[in-house]
Design a protein around this ligand. Structure first.
Ligand code: HEC
Length: 198
């Protein structure tokens, strides 16, 4: 399925894009215009492919997710701003601009990582199902399971078995992020959402 390739492709493109700009900025900062010129000429096609992949998969992921979070909007704005700054910065060999663009991209990458960690790890294994649900699920599914934020399924009408629900929680599905937790926690939160069906 194309969708399952989307996120990994995006991640790889982001990392290559980031490395590429670190190298370019580094060459600019250490005053190696010849080396920079050579590197830029040698990676022109790669840069084009990676930029297109990176932006295309990024936008696609946002569209898939439905309403983007504030964090995603900030991330997107940072990336969108970094591109013209990087183009002009390298054209004029302006170090401040090149560094600013790089910092924007790194900032966006950092935000994405922080966001992921916050969203996908349940720490306290002794938490009851209701607490796990309140902390990790209410934002999208709501207290009663019916909120439907950014396309979240109505859990009060879910026809999934406990095992199927567990699979969705552990692996994620479309706009539903994978939420990692220990087996006990998964059992209790699954039991909790089962009783939202009434
Ligand atoms: C960022 C928002 C978000 C969070 C947080 C979230 N979900 Fe979801 N959830 C979704 C979306 C969106 C879907 C629909 C996925 C789809 O369309 O394939 C979904 C679907 C599901 C389903 C499938 C229901 C069905 O009948 O198909 C289950 C079960 C589920 N979520 C449980 C949970 C549990 C339990 C938590 C907390 C541990 C949780 N979700 C946290 C957004 C979220």
């Amino acid at each position: 399925m194309i969708q399952s390739l989307l996120l990994p492709t995006h991640k790889v493109a982001v990392i290559i894009f980031l490395l590429h700009y670190v190298i370019k900025t580094f060459l600019l900062l250490i005053n190696k215009p010849e080396a920079l010129k050579k590197y830029t000429a040698g990676t022109k096609v790669l840069e084009m492919i990676i930029s297109v992949l990176f932006l295309f998969t990024g936008v696609w992921l946002m569209v898939e997710k439905g309403s983007p979070s504030t964090l995603q909007i900030i991330k997107f704005t940072l990336v969108a701003l970094s591109i013209p700054i990087a183009i002009v910065g390298f054209k004029k060999s302006n170090k401040a601009m090149a560094v600013t663009a790089l910092l924007f991209i790194i900032g966006a990458y950092g935000l994405a990582e922080v966001n992921k960690k916050q969203q996908t790890k349940v720490d306290n294994s002794a938490m009851a199902g209701s607490e796990i649900y309140a902390k990790n699920c209410v934002s999208c599914h709501g207290e009663d399971g019916r909120k439907g934020f950014s396309g979240a399924s109505d859990l009060s009408k879910s026809v999934l078995s406990a095992d199927e629900a567990k699979a969705v929680i552990s692996n994620g599905r479309n706009g539903m992020p994978a939420i990692k937790m220990e087996a006990v926690q998964l059992d209790s939160v699954t039991a909790y959402i089962q009783q939202l069906k009434k």
